[in-house]
Design a protein around this ligand. Structure first.
Ligand code: ZN
Length: 233
C-alpha cells in the first residue's frame, strides 16, 4: 500500500526536515508547495509568473493555483507509489480538493506535529537561512556566518524572524490550521505527535504514527471479502 502522507505542523516544528527524512527512507517524493512555487518562479513558467505577481503584492497564492500545482505534481510517475506533502493543504478548500485528487488511490494519512508556542518562538528566533540558496539550516546547525551545507553560502539569521513577526506568523498559522485539523481529526488515519523532542525521537514517533495509522487503514471498513463471506456457504 502506498504511503500517502500529509504533514501538518507550525513553522518551526521541524516538519520539512522530518518530511525530507521519511521521504528519503521510503523512496518517495517529498512535495513542498513552497519548493514548487520557487522553482516555477525561477523557471518562469506560466504558473510561476502568475504566482510571482501575487507574491510580489505580498499576498498568498490562492487555492485554485495551489490545487492546480499539486494536482499536476501528484500525477507524475514518481508520486504513484506514495508521497509526503509539506505545506499543503493549508485551507479546507485545498483539503477538499485533495480528497478529490485521491479518488482511486490509497487513503491519506495525516500527521500533526505539535510544539508549544514558547518553544516555537525560541526556535524561530534563532533560525538561520542560507543567503545564497535559501536552505533552512537545521536548529543548532552553526552560528551566523557559518557555511551552508548544500552550497557553501553564508548562513544568516532569517530577516522575517524577529519576535513580533514570529508571533504574527504563529497566529496566522493557528487561525488557518484549526479548521484543517477539525477537518481531519476524526479520521481513523489522523495522528498527533510531540514535536518538542530531539529530531531523532520525532522521527521515531513519526514512523510509529505512520505504521499505526496504516494498520487502522488496512483493518478499515469491511471489504468485499467480508460481505461475500457472510453470504456464501
Ligand atoms: Zn546554500
Amino acid at each position: 500500500m502506498s504511503l500517502n502522507l500529509i504533514m501538518l505542523g507550525p513553522p518551526g516544528a521541524g516538519k520539512g526536515t522530518q518530511a525530507e527524512r521519511l521521504a528519503r527512507n521510503r523512496g518517495i517524493p517529498k512535495i513542498s508547495t513552497g519548493d514548487i512555487l520557487r522553482e516555477a518562479v525561477h523557471e518562469d513558467t506560466e504558473v510561476g509568473r502568475r504566482a510571482k505577481v501575487i507574491m510580489d503584492r505580498g499576498e498568498l497564492v490562492g487555492d485554485d493555483v495551489m490545487i492546480g500545482i499539486v494536482g499536476e505534481r501528484l500525477g507524475r510517475t514518481d508520486a504513484q507509489g506514495g508521497f509526503i506533502l509539506d505545506g499543503f493543504p493549508r485551507t479546507v478548500a485545498q483539503a477538499t480538493a485533495l480528497d478529490g485528487l485521491m479518488i482511486g488511490r490509497d487513503p491519506l494519512l495525516v500527521v500533526d506535529i505539535i510544539v508549544p508556542e514558547d518553544e516555537l518562538v525560541r526556535r524561530l528566533s534563532t533560525r538561520l537561512i542560507c543567503s545564497n540558496c535559501g536552505h533552512n539550516a537545521p536548529l543548532g546547525d552553526g552560528q551566523p556566518g557559518a557555511k551552508c551545507p548544500l552550497c557553501g553560502g553564508e548562513l544568516v539569521q532569517r530577516a522575517d524572524d524577529s519576535q513580533k513577526v514570529v508571533l504574527e506568523r504563529l497566529k496566522i498559522y493557528r487561525a488557518n490550521t484549526k479548521p484543517l485539523v477539525d477537518f481531519y481529526h476524526l479520521r481513523p488515519t489522523f495522528r498527533s505527535i510531540n514535536g518538542a523532542q530531539s529530531p531523532d525521537r520525532v522521527a521515531a514517533d513519526l514512523v510509529a504514527a505512520v505504521e499505526a495509522a496504516g494498520s487502522v487503514r488496512r483493518a478499515g471498513a469491511p471489504g468485499l471479502d467480508d460481505v461475500v463471506g457472510g453470504v456464501l456457504p
